[in-house]
Design a protein around this ligand. Sequence first.
Ligand SMILES: [Zn+2]
Length: 221
Amino acid sequence: MPRVSVTDQVVSQLHHALADGTWKAGDRLPSENELATRFDVSRTAIREAVQELMTLGFLEIRRGVGTFVIAAPSAPAAGWGELREEFRRVSVRELLEIRMIIEPEIAALAAERATENQVQRLREDVAELHEATPGSTRHPADLAFHLHLVEAAHNKLLTRLTSLIIDFYKHDESATRANDYLDHRTILGAIEARDADWARAAMRSHLAATRAHALGDGKVT
Ligand SMILES: [Zn+2]
């Protein structure tokens, strides 16, 4: 997928520019057009790369003003692309095992730490998934919910790990299940109630259902 690897390259280059201090916290990034010209890539690639660096907590968009650096990465991007590649090569079973280990705790942390804005964003993801008809592909609001949930856990390393997991699903062929909406709604209910134990249990059962659907019960691939 050439477009994805172009985006990866831009992420690496932007990450590097942040790490070596070319752009410092508080600086405004050049416009999408300028960046596209500078890196000789499409504006779409720039937009995707900026989105990724936002997810990682390095950039933020201030509406109508521009894109700003909020934190410089503590280490250069060396290995980032390789790590992503590695995550794309793991099996669905391996990925679901990692998710089973980290996502229930992410949900518990989010129940304790989510800001009101973050809860609202989760509500919007759930509503969007509700309107979607289960189809042959994974719905973006499905993945967005998991990403927004980890952002609400307020731990940059967990966000980074989860973005790698989400990235895997962007290239995975499995479809959103009809029950995903109900599962997400339950998790949201636990977050709204600020009930960490409930959130943890709800995420665990969501992932167990996902696993059963993807692998068949107990089957190891
Ligand atoms: Zn889900």
